[in-house]
Write a protein that binds this ligand. Sequence first.
Ligand code: TXA
Ligand code: MG
Length: 318
Amino acid sequence: MARIGSDIQKSKKILAASGLVSIPTETVYGLAANAFDIAAVLKIFATKNRPTFDPLIVHAASLDKIESFTKNIPNKAFALAENFWPGPLTLLLERTSLIPDMVTSGLPKVAVRIPKHPLTLNLLSQLDFPLAAPSANPFGYISPTTAKHVNDQLGNKISYILDGGDCAIGIESTIIGFEGEDAIVYRLGGLSINAIEELIGTVQVVPHSTSQPQSPGQLKSHYAPKKKIVIGNIADMITQYKNEEIGILSFQKQYPKIAQANQIQLSSLEDINEAAKNLFTALRKLDALSVTIILAEFVPNIGLGLAINDRLKRASSK
Ligand code: TXA
Ligand code: MG
């Protein structure tokens, strides 16, 4: 198993020697390597069992640093960066030759963000290279929101996990790209569409494609637990699936016919941000129970509800 701690010096040493460190962010834990170092970046793909056509997000501590390896940044990108960084927002920007092809799968744009987590910002500010970091889970599985989640799945493949506690937002960053000055949302995430549109006006949200995804976070079966998960009216489905061992993932309701231990409420107070924070832990818990099916429902389509429902849809479409 990996060592878990809050040692920034140790993290620096491992990263400078082309190694991997799992880092906390406000969204989910990342699996980080020196983004300028091809040998290190290759280890990310191998460790996650991730196909090399799925590009990585590059993390840095400041906009200045990001400007040192990107170019032709659109005005709207600057506005978004100034308002929402550090935070759960990833921007697709033209890259310079400092970013290896391996990081972007050969694409001309690189995904970049400044994460909002004190430990990781401290680490990034002490490095003279940015960190490429996808979510620290095996490819296609649910993203980790605690150091333990990372250790459970990748602990035998990496040496160190920087422990920053539970992720405050709990859902991956919102990804935005640009066609000229038009902003396009490629992945719904921890920054709500409302917040984005308040700043830069209406944005296009690209529907999920199943073939040739622009952003492989758009692959339909992403974020999938191993168990079958169906979404609908939970009360009706309890009748429909009466011959199965049922697990329940609800927004706030409890169902008397089903054992308490097999039910998880995302937010008893119907708080959408709390629901986002609890989502991936809840899916992991249900996946580990001895149930045969998980019955889930959509949460209200407000704020982070859109991103939660997007993850639920993908988790259910295996
Ligand atoms: O919140 C997050 O974004 C977390 C934390 C660790 O920062 N990272 C994360 O990374 O979710 P990952 O690799 O699991 O998801 C990143 C998504 C992928 O679906 C990838 O295809 C897309 O971003 N992406 C990365 N670079 C891209 C590019 N140049 N063009 C289009 N999509 C890109
Ligand atoms: Mg991921």
